[in-house]
Structure formats: C-alpha cells, structure tokens
Design a binder for this molecule. Sequence first.
Ligand code: WTA
Length: 635
Amino acid sequence: MAERGFSPPTSEWFHPPPELVERARIADPEATSARAAADRLAFWEERAETLDWYRKWDNVLDDSEAPFYRWFTGAQTNITLNALDRHLHTARRNQVAFIWEGEPGDQQTFSYWQLSREVNRFANVLRGLGLQKGDRVTIYMGRIPEIVIAMLACAKIGAPHSVVYGGFSEQALADRIQDAQSRVLITQDGAWLRGKIVRLKETVDAALQQSPIVETVVVARRTGQDITMQAGRDYWWHELMASPQAGAEAATAVMDAEDPLFILYTSGTTGKPKGVLHTHGGYQVYTSTTLSWVFDLREEDRWWCAADPGWITGHSYIVYAPLILGATSFLYEGAPGYPAPDRYWRMIAEHGISILYTAPTAIRGLMRYGDDWVKRHDLSSLRLLGSVGEPINPEAWKWYHQVVGGGRCPIMDTWWQTETGGFMITPLPTVPLKPGSATRPFPGIEVDVVDDEGNSCPAGVDGKLVIQSPWPSMLRTVYGDPQRYIDQYWSEFAEQGWYLAGDSARKDEDGYIWVIGRIDDVLLVSGYRLGTAEIESGLVSHAAVAEAAVIGVPDELRGNRVQAYCILVAGAEGDEALVAELKLHVRREVGPIAVPAAIEFVETLPKTRSGKIMRRVLKAEAQGLPLGDLSTLED
Ligand code: WTA
C-alpha cells in the first residue's frame, strides 16, 4: 500500500525557538482550531473579511448541491483585485513583488507597481486577441517572469488558465489543450535547464498538429535560438507588448466568487488526466490564510517557494498567495545543482532568503553533494523551512533542519493536493514537530484516518485519509466531467459525505498524522504525481508492446522510480535496443519524468479474475517481499 518505506512515529520532538513563538501570528494553534471548529462558517467569513470584494457574499457556504459546494455565493471579486490592485493605493506599490534569477545568472526585479503594469499590458494583449471571460488559455512555459504575468493577466480578464508543466511531452500537452479547448496558447522559445535549452516551442509545434483548435500562440523570447514562427498563428510576446493596444491600464474583470480561476491537470487512476477546477473567491481566502499562518509571512521576508508555477504549489504559493499578502518572492529558473552544487545556498545567501519551501526529493538530491557545499555560505537569513510533495524521510528532515537550517529553523511539512488548493495538514511555527509527520490539520479543517467502513482508526493503525467537511479552496469539479468528480472523491464515503484524499495515513498517540502514500494507482516520482495508467498506455501505444504494467519501487533519491513490465507482440524482439526505444517513446508520449528506470519483458502479468493487473504482486516481487494474498489471482 505504501509508496515508500514507512517510518514509524518517533519519540523525538523538535520545539520551536522562542523568537519564532514570540512573533507568530497564531500563538496558540489549538485554541484557534477549537474556535474554528465551534463555528466553521463564521471562521471562514472572518478570514474573507481580510480581503477586498466588489460585493460581499449572501452566503458563506451553499451546500444545497453537495458535493458541488459553493463558497461565498453572491460575492463578486477577482483574485487580482487582492493580489495586485489593492496594493497600488498603498506604500506597498513600491515594494518588491518578485526577484527573479535566471539559470545563466541574469536577474530581474518587479515592484508591485511594475508587475501590475506588465499584467495590465498583457491583459490588454489577451483582450486584443479576442479572449473573453470564461475562455480557457493554455500556458506552457518555464520559470520566467512572463509565466507569472501571463497567469495573472488571464485571471485579470477572467479567462481561466490551464498551465501545463514544461516537462510534459507534446502528447500530454495536446491532450490538455484538447480537454480545455483553448484557442490561445502562451509559451516561450526555450527554457534554460542545466546549461541546455529545453525547446518548448518545438514541442508546442508538434502538439498543435494534433490540436487545430489553437488559433494563436504567443511566444516569449528567452533562449534566443532560431525557431519556426507560423505566420498568422504565432506572435512574439515582446512585439505584442510593444503595440499601442497594450497600454498599462486595464480594467479588472468583475468575477463571481464561484467563477473559474484555473484548471490544473493532475494524474488519476485512469489514463486521462483530470482537470481540477478552482475558483476566484474561496481559493483566495484559503491560500492567503494558510500562507500567512503557516509561514508567518511578513513584508520583510524573502519567500522562496522552489516549486514550478506549473504545479499547484506554484499556483498557490508562488503566484497567488504571496502577492495577496504583499510579500516579496524569489523565483529561480533553473536546476538546483547548476552550475555547481551550491547554487541554492549561494542564492539564499545573496538574496537574504528567509523562508525556503521545497520538496523532499530536492532535499535528498542536495544532501548527496555533502555538507561542505552548504557550509560555504552564510544561511543565517533563514528562519523557517518547508517541505511538500511526499512524506519526508527523517534522515532528510534532520539534514534539512541541521545543515541547512542551522538547527534553528522549524520545518513546516505541509500535506495537501492539487485538489485541496492549499495546505491541509501542517504545523504552524509554534507547533512542536516530529520529523516525518505533517502534524495536525490546519484550523477549520477536519480530517481523520478511517477504515473501509468509515470507523476512525485507533492510534497506530493504517487507514484512509478523509476530509470530513468542505473548505473554501476545495476543487469544485473535474473540468467537463462532473461524474468523475463524484466517483473519484465522494463515492467511497458517500453516506458520510467525506472527501477521499487517495492517501493512506496513520495517527499516533499524540494525534499527529503520518501520511504514508497513495492508495490508488498513482506514483509519486520526485514529488510528481504520475498515473500508472498514463505510462502504461504510453507503452502500449508502441507497436511492439501488447500489454504493459507499471509499478513504483522505492528509490532513495526520487521516493519512487518507475519500473515497467511489457508483454511484446508476437515476433517482437525484447532486446536492449527496444528498451532504449521504449524509453524514448515514453519520454515523447508522457514526458521525461515518466520514463521507466527499468523495463522488463515478460510472458504474462499477474491479474485478478476480472482482468485487473495486480501491481501489488509485481511490487512485492520486485522488492523480494512476500507476495501476500493471492486468492484473487487468475492463474
Ligand atoms: C503527496 C502537491 C506526505 C500525497 C501539493 C498527496 C504528501 C499528493 C505531502 C498530492 C506531505 C503531498 N507528506 N505526502 N507533506 N504533500 N503529498 O496534487 O500523496 O501534486 O495526495 O499536490 O502528494 O500531490 P499534488
């Protein structure tokens, strides 16, 4: 069941340093949680009051069509009203919103004022392309300032964005364009990664052969190599931005609280990715509250969320929440260890980063280079650290805490999902920590670990993680497929009306929650969610493969690595050359992160009588573990 080796609860406690406790916004998280639990709607209403609205809500929560919950109904807002517009009338307008560093070392800084002008100009460009409220825009870019500007401009005009991570292949991009039915796509010529150019525009050109729906492509120039620009379809970002229509003033579209803000695709149990839909109103309330309390973020901070804007972590905690809070964020384009293993540490020292939020896989990768690279730099500006994406193994936790954080920075291990929009189970800076546990639910959030019947599991017993009441930034539906929304999240505990997270977990005797891993056919590889079905259908789409099964096996660095088993069609030769060809094929079909570390050719696959592949059996075999209950095995 577990994707990684489970680390049993440890009795080791880490207590926060007194100076953090003193300055913490929420001095007593338990009291805050108790207050929120006593009247959840009043609690969220109070949080919503901290933001600007064109019109306030009639209802905090409308659950008349549950599980299609609606928050702050009747309210009108726009997330950019809070992320940008409201700062322009205050001293904050001249504060730094973003400091960006490119992989080659070039830098750019944007004050709130400057960022807002860029967003306005691009909003005018988008309007000039005929985009209207509700039209979807696909964004396929690397970590450059233009991706942030593009997302905010879409939000500003009310066009939901669908950001596709730049590591995805042409096929994955084409599928997502198709599902969202985007007529406009924003990309860049290439992105710098480890000193090389990732040719994003080439991938776009290939994807668009399958997606004739796209009428216009806007291309930001980053790497400068020659690319093909198709006349009448492709336009340079800088040329559009220089046109007289791209003025620095633009009206912010007045949105209903429940109008869509973005679609973000994530892996599910079937091959088809799910378009998770988030809206303007509840999402802005929840993401800003969680960031403010969990990282105690202030104007004087330098916040670095080292995720990619193409994932939910980047949407919520690079783009939207930090801007709503008026913080200064750092954004870095490239790879962690490039050109030298101390790239991260040098940037922390140079920019005076005070909070670093990254993933266990990145921490383990940096840890491998050794302590000296870290110790070469003065990291005394750091006061808090964060982790997200998968359970953090205690060894990595301790290294992060001791070597990076100098033993003084607590680690906020935040459990959440694309679907939840924001942190769900997480410490606050004043909470005593146990390495490997995300501790307790955020105030206002009700979670439990339950058995198949929905009974609460006693301490120490594995069960399913459920969320027992709605929260403002919950996904609203699966885009274009409301039935899938119900089936996937709300059918298992339909009677109780609970949300099924798809993770297994365990509580300990202190009520701390230990997330173990996915219970569905989703793998966490380097913190990325990959559906086994997506990789399998990628393999089967190759002419030599009749059938395929994919499993994750524990990997020290990546959490899991992909292992594939293929049955070949008659006459196909299972040799080294085919292994190499299939890897390349998966890279093209699904993306580089999905490429199997190993591919084995087999005669049969273990299946249930109903024909389902028993991945659990393959997994046990791959790890030399007992095969477990084989009663449902067909053969
Ligand atoms: C896993 C990323 C343990 C979990 C924000 C979840 C974690 C999936 C943690 C969501 C954590 C995320 N501890 N597991 N701190 N954070 N996960 O949608 O399995 O990319 O269901 O969202 O990552 O991945 P997603």
